[in-house]
Design a protein around this ligand. Structure first.
Ligand code: SF4
Ligand code: SF4
Length: 375
């Protein structure tokens, strides 16, 4: 059986998070079961964008601080690294409150820049993965529990996409992002390249609605931990009330026979599961007809069946971040306005994810409203 530990943490107070974390890791034998003295331990938080901790976009600095403390106690050398979707890592770390924690604790901030080519041996033959991610002695995955417009949920497995460096992410969105099943498979192949020894989920202030960058903070008051990220995601999704048919990563794991997708092989411990489960999270807008229609029909009617990004009437500063991040280059700025090429657009919603002004909205496809009522 796989184990996923659940603990309650109502706030990010230091007297709350650190003891909750110790209880969370007790079933696994504590941090000492994962970290040996002298080992370089890479902590991989969610550092999507430069947003304040209360926006619930990034892993909370209080969780990072508590994990660094336990790694040090076990004799490990803590490193903190990621490749943010937009902006340099230092800027994201500063705004998210992580830089202050890193400096205060003497941990090392590591930018994912240099890569090594890895033969994946799956559908995707080769990935260029950040060297610090591959070379650390131990890897601790620190995701935030959030809804996700493209993948429904982002948590343990999706957080590892940060191992792909900066602009290369856009390339992978272009290769696999138009098809959720394919994208989920790609995420799993990245996970299998370098499995984290431990995953600790920040679900204290989670995100619901149109995550991962523009959703609403949602108090869930939970920390989760496990050694298998797929199993952690399965439990997190169940706690968030997200139906399995919308969990692309878990469905792909089942299709590929990757451990962790089968709920009957997972036991939870810590606080009782029913006590941890709250009302279901508000899901992201339905961006296409995700099931119930044959693929050839979906492809033909794509323009009418899918939602698309649009510029809000107010708020856009014409900074160009969305244009530069768009994998198929489907956005142009002309005459003081954004112009979208919807035939090129793959509906990855990276533009919405990364817009610092929350200036992009979603418009539903004309047939989508009608069809979704019938599926
Ligand atoms: S929509 Fe957002 S990211 Fe795009 S140009 Fe406007 S402010 Fe910048
Ligand atoms: S316009 Fe937005 S949703 Fe469409 S491909 Fe570009 S980043 Fe993705």
């Amino acid at each position: 059986m796989l184990t996923v530990s659940i603990q309650r943490a109502e706030t990010y107070g230091p007297d709350i998070i650190a003891p909750a974390l110790i209880r969370l890791l007790e079933p696994f034998g504590g941090m000492g079961a994962f970290v040996r003295p002298g080992e370089r331990v890479l902590l991989k938080p969610n550092m999507l964008a430069a947003k304040e901790p209360e926006r619930a976009v990034t892993t909370h600095p209080a969780v990072l601080r508590a994990v660094i403390g336990l790694v040090r106690e076990a004799g490990g050398v803590p490193l903190v690294g990621d490749s943010p979707g937009v902006g340099g890592i230092r800027r994201v770390a500063e705004k998210s409150g992580m830089l202050a924690v890193i400096e205060e604790t003497g941990a090392e901030l590591v930018a994912f820049e240099e890569t090594a080519a890895v033969q994946a041996g799956g559908l995707f033959k080769r990935f260029d993965i950040a060297r610090p991610y591959l070379e650390a002695d131990k890897l601790i995955n620190l995701p935030k529990l959030k809804t996700h417009e493209m993948m429904t949920m982002t948590c343990a497995v999706k957080n590892l996409f940060g191992a792909v460096v900066g602009t290369a992410k856009a390339g992978w969105h272009l290769k696999a992002g138009a098809d959720r099943e394919l994208f989920a498979r790609m995420l799993l192949e990245i996970y299998l390249i370098r499995k984290p020894e431990l995953t600790i989920v920040d679900g204290v202030l989670a995100m619901e609605g149109n995550g991962p960058g523009s959703g609403d903070p949602r108090h869930a008051g939970l920390l989760l931990a496990g050694t298998n990220p797929v199993a952690v995601d399965v439990v997190a999704a169940e706690l968030a009330g997200i139906p399995k048919k919308l969990l692309w990563v878990e469905r792909a794991a089942e299709a590929l026979g990757i451990d962790g997708w089968d709920r009957t092989t997972i036991e939870t411990c810590g606080i009782p599961f029913d006590e941890a489960k709250g009302p279901p999270f508000l899901l992201p807008h339905l961006s296409d007809v995700q099931f119930g229609l044959p693929r050839f029909l979906k492809n033909r009617l794509r323009h009418y069946l899918t939602s698309r990004p649009v510029q809000r009437a107010e708020g856009c500063k014409l900074c160009g971040i969305c244009r530069d991040a768009c994998p198929p280059r489907a956005i142009e700025i002309r005459h003081g306005k954004l112009h979208f090429d919807y035939h090129a657009c793959i509906r990855c919603f990276c533009c919405r994810e990364l817009c610092p002004e929350d200036a992009l909205d979603v418009r539903e496809g004309a047939l989508l409203k009608i069809i979704r009522k019938c599926v």
